[in-house]
Design a protein around this ligand. Structure first.
Ligand code: NI
Length: 248
Protein backbone atom coordinates (compact mmCIF):
# COMPACT_ATOMS: atom_id res chain seq x y z
CA UNK A 1 0.00 0.00 0.00
CA UNK A 2 2.78 2.43 0.99
CA UNK A 3 4.73 1.59 -2.14
CA UNK A 4 1.64 2.13 -4.29
CA UNK A 5 1.06 5.54 -2.67
CA UNK A 6 4.70 6.47 -3.30
CA UNK A 7 4.37 5.50 -6.97
CA UNK A 8 1.24 7.62 -7.21
CA UNK A 9 3.01 10.69 -5.76
CA UNK A 10 6.03 10.24 -8.00
CA UNK A 11 3.78 10.03 -11.06
CA UNK A 12 1.76 13.05 -9.93
CA UNK A 13 4.89 15.17 -9.33
CA UNK A 14 6.29 14.15 -12.70
CA UNK A 15 3.03 15.18 -14.36
CA UNK A 16 2.96 18.52 -12.52
CA UNK A 17 6.54 19.23 -13.60
CA UNK A 18 5.38 19.01 -17.23
CA UNK A 19 3.11 22.04 -16.73
CA UNK A 20 5.36 25.09 -17.31
CA UNK A 21 3.50 27.48 -14.95
CA UNK A 22 3.65 25.11 -12.01
CA UNK A 23 7.30 24.34 -12.64
CA UNK A 24 8.19 28.05 -12.63
CA UNK A 25 6.23 28.66 -9.43
CA UNK A 26 7.90 25.78 -7.62
CA UNK A 27 11.38 27.34 -7.89
CA UNK A 28 12.69 29.46 -4.99
CA UNK A 29 12.43 33.24 -5.35
CA UNK A 30 14.70 35.17 -3.01
CA UNK A 31 13.79 38.48 -1.35
CA UNK A 32 15.25 40.56 1.48
CA UNK A 33 13.15 41.88 4.32
CA UNK A 34 14.71 44.89 6.05
CA UNK A 35 13.82 46.68 9.30
CA UNK A 36 14.86 50.23 10.11
CA UNK A 37 15.18 52.34 13.26
CA UNK A 38 15.53 49.62 15.93
CA UNK A 39 16.25 47.77 18.07
CA UNK A 40 12.99 48.48 19.79
CA UNK A 41 12.50 46.34 22.90
CA UNK A 42 9.44 44.08 22.92
CA UNK A 43 8.61 44.67 19.23
CA UNK A 44 12.04 43.52 18.08
CA UNK A 45 11.88 40.57 20.48
CA UNK A 46 8.50 39.49 19.13
CA UNK A 47 9.74 39.89 15.56
CA UNK A 48 12.88 37.81 16.23
CA UNK A 49 10.75 35.05 17.79
CA UNK A 50 8.50 35.03 14.71
CA UNK A 51 11.35 35.06 12.21
CA UNK A 52 13.02 32.19 14.06
CA UNK A 53 9.82 30.10 13.93
CA UNK A 54 9.58 30.73 10.20
CA UNK A 55 13.28 30.19 9.45
CA UNK A 56 13.40 33.60 7.76
CA UNK A 57 16.48 35.85 7.75
CA UNK A 58 16.29 39.65 7.71
CA UNK A 59 18.53 42.71 7.70
CA UNK A 60 18.26 45.26 10.51
CA UNK A 61 19.45 48.81 9.86
CA UNK A 62 20.16 49.83 13.44
CA UNK A 63 20.46 53.29 14.99
CA UNK A 64 23.45 53.73 17.31
CA UNK A 65 21.45 55.48 20.02
CA UNK A 66 18.95 52.61 20.15
CA UNK A 67 21.68 49.96 20.20
CA UNK A 68 22.96 51.76 23.28
CA UNK A 69 19.53 51.18 24.90
CA UNK A 70 19.19 47.54 23.78
CA UNK A 71 22.70 46.09 23.34
CA UNK A 72 21.58 42.53 24.15
CA UNK A 73 18.84 42.69 21.57
CA UNK A 74 21.34 43.91 18.97
CA UNK A 75 23.57 40.94 19.83
CA UNK A 76 20.61 38.55 19.55
CA UNK A 77 19.87 39.81 16.03
CA UNK A 78 23.31 38.70 14.81
CA UNK A 79 23.33 35.52 16.90
CA UNK A 80 20.13 34.38 15.18
CA UNK A 81 21.60 34.69 11.70
CA UNK A 82 20.35 38.11 10.67
CA UNK A 83 22.44 40.89 9.17
CA UNK A 84 22.98 44.33 10.71
CA UNK A 85 23.55 47.56 8.79
CA UNK A 86 24.01 51.15 9.92
CA UNK A 87 21.13 53.62 10.00
CA UNK A 88 23.32 56.31 11.57
CA UNK A 89 23.71 57.10 15.25
CA UNK A 90 21.07 59.78 15.88
CA UNK A 91 18.69 59.14 12.93
CA UNK A 92 19.50 62.69 11.78
CA UNK A 93 19.14 63.29 8.04
CA UNK A 94 22.52 63.04 6.32
CA UNK A 95 21.61 65.84 3.93
CA UNK A 96 21.27 68.27 6.85
CA UNK A 97 24.68 67.47 8.37
CA UNK A 98 28.05 68.98 7.61
CA UNK A 99 30.63 66.44 6.35
CA UNK A 100 32.27 66.52 9.80
CA UNK A 101 28.98 65.96 11.65
CA UNK A 102 28.03 63.14 9.27
CA UNK A 103 31.37 61.44 9.81
CA UNK A 104 31.00 61.73 13.59
CA UNK A 105 27.45 60.35 13.47
CA UNK A 106 28.45 57.37 11.33
CA UNK A 107 31.59 56.65 13.37
CA UNK A 108 29.53 56.61 16.58
CA UNK A 109 26.96 54.25 15.01
CA UNK A 110 29.71 51.97 13.77
CA UNK A 111 31.33 51.85 17.20
CA UNK A 112 28.09 51.13 19.09
CA UNK A 113 26.79 48.50 16.66
CA UNK A 114 30.14 46.74 16.41
CA UNK A 115 30.55 46.84 20.20
CA UNK A 116 27.15 45.27 20.85
CA UNK A 117 26.97 42.83 17.91
CA UNK A 118 30.60 41.79 17.61
CA UNK A 119 30.53 42.44 13.85
CA UNK A 120 30.92 45.73 12.00
CA UNK A 121 28.02 46.83 9.78
CA UNK A 122 28.97 46.72 6.11
CA UNK A 123 25.82 48.30 4.68
CA UNK A 124 24.45 51.80 5.06
CA UNK A 125 20.86 53.01 4.89
CA UNK A 126 20.47 56.77 5.28
CA UNK A 127 17.52 57.82 7.49
CA UNK A 128 14.57 58.80 5.30
CA UNK A 129 16.52 57.44 2.32
CA UNK A 130 18.00 60.95 2.03
CA UNK A 131 21.58 61.23 0.89
CA UNK A 132 23.90 63.19 -1.34
CA UNK A 133 26.11 60.69 -3.11
CA UNK A 134 28.96 63.16 -3.70
CA UNK A 135 28.95 64.04 0.02
CA UNK A 136 28.93 60.34 0.95
CA UNK A 137 31.82 59.62 -1.41
CA UNK A 138 33.92 62.29 0.32
CA UNK A 139 33.09 61.04 3.81
CA UNK A 140 35.53 58.36 4.94
CA UNK A 141 33.06 56.98 7.51
CA UNK A 142 30.40 56.48 4.82
CA UNK A 143 32.46 54.19 2.60
CA UNK A 144 29.83 51.46 2.41
CA UNK A 145 27.27 50.30 -0.12
CA UNK A 146 24.04 52.32 0.25
CA UNK A 147 21.03 50.02 0.46
CA UNK A 148 17.60 51.53 -0.23
CA UNK A 149 14.47 49.52 -1.09
CA UNK A 150 12.01 48.60 -3.86
CA UNK A 151 8.89 47.81 -1.79
CA UNK A 152 7.58 50.23 0.83
CA UNK A 153 4.07 50.14 2.29
CA UNK A 154 4.91 52.98 4.71
CA UNK A 155 4.17 50.75 7.69
CA UNK A 156 5.71 53.32 10.07
CA UNK A 157 2.61 55.54 10.02
CA UNK A 158 -0.07 52.86 9.50
CA UNK A 159 -1.93 50.62 11.91
CA UNK A 160 -4.06 48.66 9.39
CA UNK A 161 -2.21 45.35 9.42
CA UNK A 162 -4.35 43.89 6.61
CA UNK A 163 -3.67 46.87 4.36
CA UNK A 164 0.09 46.80 4.97
CA UNK A 165 0.20 43.06 4.25
CA UNK A 166 -1.91 43.40 1.09
CA UNK A 167 0.23 46.24 -0.32
CA UNK A 168 3.53 44.46 0.31
CA UNK A 169 2.43 41.05 -0.96
CA UNK A 170 0.93 42.58 -4.11
CA UNK A 171 4.11 44.50 -4.96
CA UNK A 172 6.81 41.97 -4.11
CA UNK A 173 8.82 40.38 -6.90
CA UNK A 174 11.89 38.19 -6.91
CA UNK A 175 15.02 40.13 -5.88
CA UNK A 176 13.12 42.91 -4.10
CA UNK A 177 14.24 44.68 -0.93
CA UNK A 178 11.27 45.23 1.38
CA UNK A 179 11.31 48.17 3.81
CA UNK A 180 9.63 47.82 7.21
CA UNK A 181 10.18 49.01 10.79
CA UNK A 182 10.28 46.92 13.98
CA UNK A 183 8.82 49.84 15.90
CA UNK A 184 5.17 48.92 16.47
CA UNK A 185 2.83 46.03 17.11
CA UNK A 186 1.10 46.49 13.73
CA UNK A 187 4.39 46.49 11.79
CA UNK A 188 5.61 43.30 13.47
CA UNK A 189 2.26 41.52 12.97
CA UNK A 190 2.21 42.61 9.33
CA UNK A 191 5.82 41.53 8.76
CA UNK A 192 5.22 38.01 10.06
CA UNK A 193 2.07 37.64 7.99
CA UNK A 194 3.97 38.87 4.92
CA UNK A 195 6.58 36.16 5.57
CA UNK A 196 3.85 33.48 5.84
CA UNK A 197 2.08 34.54 2.65
CA UNK A 198 5.19 35.00 0.54
CA UNK A 199 6.77 31.75 1.77
CA UNK A 200 3.58 30.00 0.64
CA UNK A 201 4.16 31.57 -2.80
CA UNK A 202 7.69 30.13 -2.99
CA UNK A 203 9.66 33.12 -1.71
CA UNK A 204 12.62 32.65 0.60
CA UNK A 205 13.82 35.39 2.95
CA UNK A 206 17.56 36.06 2.99
CA UNK A 207 19.79 38.93 4.17
CA UNK A 208 20.61 41.78 1.79
CA UNK A 209 24.21 40.57 1.42
CA UNK A 210 23.03 37.04 0.67
CA UNK A 211 20.46 38.33 -1.84
CA UNK A 212 23.24 40.21 -3.65
CA UNK A 213 25.62 37.25 -3.50
CA UNK A 214 22.99 34.78 -4.72
CA UNK A 215 22.62 36.94 -7.82
CA UNK A 216 26.40 37.26 -8.21
CA UNK A 217 26.44 41.00 -7.39
CA UNK A 218 29.54 42.38 -5.75
CA UNK A 219 28.51 45.37 -3.64
CA UNK A 220 30.61 48.52 -3.96
CA UNK A 221 31.18 51.38 -1.49
CA UNK A 222 29.29 54.53 -2.42
CA UNK A 223 27.02 52.65 -4.86
CA UNK A 224 23.26 52.71 -4.32
CA UNK A 225 21.13 49.55 -4.48
CA UNK A 226 17.34 49.33 -4.58
CA UNK A 227 16.88 45.64 -5.45
CA UNK A 228 18.70 42.77 -7.12
CA UNK A 229 16.52 41.77 -10.04
CA UNK A 230 16.92 38.20 -11.22
CA UNK A 231 18.52 37.61 -14.58
CA UNK A 232 20.77 40.68 -14.41
CA UNK A 233 23.92 38.72 -13.69
CA UNK A 234 23.26 36.15 -16.38
CA UNK A 235 22.81 38.95 -18.92
CA UNK A 236 26.03 40.64 -17.81
CA UNK A 237 27.92 37.36 -17.89
CA UNK A 238 26.80 36.66 -21.45
CA UNK A 239 27.81 40.18 -22.53
CA UNK A 240 31.29 39.88 -21.02
CA UNK A 241 31.64 36.43 -22.56
CA UNK A 242 30.83 37.95 -25.96
CA UNK A 243 33.29 40.78 -25.39
CA UNK A 244 35.99 38.33 -24.40
CA UNK A 245 35.29 36.51 -27.65
CA UNK A 246 35.72 39.56 -29.87
CA UNK A 247 38.94 40.67 -28.22
CA UNK A 248 41.96 40.51 -30.57
NI1 NI B 1 14.63 55.47 9.68
Amino acid sequence: MVRRLKRFWTALLALLALIPGIHAESRVKYVALTFDDGPSGKYTECLLDGLHERDAAATFFLCGYRVEQYPQLAARIVREGHEVGSHGDSHGYFTRMSPEALCRDLARAQEKITGACGVAPKLLRPPGGLYDISALEKTVCAQMPVVLWSVDAEDWHRTDVDGIVRDIVRETKEGDILLMHDMSDSSVKAALRVVDLLQAQGFEFVTVSDLAALGGHRLGAGKVYYHFPAGYVEKKASISAREAHTEP
